[in-house]
Design a protein around this ligand. Sequence first.
Ligand code: AMP
Length: 363
Amino acid sequence: MSEIKRLTKPVPPGGVIGIIGGGQLGRMLATAAARLGLKAAIYNDEHNAPAFQVTPLQFVAPYDERNMLTGFAEICDVITFEFENLPAESIAYLASLKPLHPGQRALEITQDRLTEKNFVLSLGLKTAPFAPVSSRDDVAIAFAKLNGPAILKTRRLGYDGKGQAKVTSADEASRAFEGFKSAPAILEGFVDFSFEASVVAARSPDGQFAAYDPPENIHEHHILRRSIVPGQLNKAQSDDAKAIAKKIADALDYVGVLAVELFVGKDGTVMVNEIAPRVHNSGHWTIEACACSQFEQHVRAVAGWPLGDPSRHADAVMENIIGAEADAWESLARSGALHLYGKREARPGRKMGHVTRLKPLTK
Ligand code: AMP
């Protein structure tokens, strides 16, 4: 394989940040890049991508199409992602052409739930109990080992609860495994958590680290409903969450923003659920409540600029607008800082926008 390209100096204003993926995260990254005088090029596998509405530099092709990847890389100074499930060959190819952040290793580890969980354990951090399953026999053994309700999760390509099934018996686990076409999976013990949280943080090429205050997250039907900051985390848990993010970012020699989804157990223990190697839905409140949003922070980090100040100047509640809820845009616009992602079709479960409401800073 050819050598990996590194950024030797910061991308100057006027430079181009290439973003793989054209969803709302790409759209908000492109907007943040524009504010810094940088341009964004978006690569997406479908035409009607929300991010295409905010930049003229558009590439539409499958994620493994070499010619298009080459043309995209040619106009970019640095390449990053809003969507991390690119085929490994495409990642390696892009990395041979232009600096790519986060890098190949971070993407490889986080694309596979089993590799990710083992990596987290190797850092001495806590996770839910789990066991790998790649056959029906494994499912029975794993279920017996976990000894209680569990969640079967495919190792790859799961998000917002897709590729996941809660199971309460070995038979049910077996049927779920077949339902996922026997794709390699993990069986994870069901955590009776006290609440969910996350930490969004950034690391620069020279190892500078900046973490946002960790929000408490409330999910409904496996989709994030609301992020609240400050939430239920006490000072020790909040510090713990930031330290977890730093440990992970340093171990991956990470560049850019990453998010770590967390479970806080009934005994107060902070456990890692999963790592997202990108900006994250639970960090959207930073647009209004911080001097430098997660989107600007990511652009700064991947472009080799100094990181911005992640401190929070207000309390915030961010609420997702899901499916037909977007029809109420007029009343939502009155209720807070409204973001709509420009999606035409309001399918059930689809994230159409979000609204952030600020309150004076309490802690
Ligand atoms: P994930 O895709 O792994 O982030 O899971 C989506 C959501 O499912 C989480 O935010 C939790 O609400 C729930 N969930 C996932 N894994 C577990 C678990 N082991 N125990 C309890 N709830 C879980």
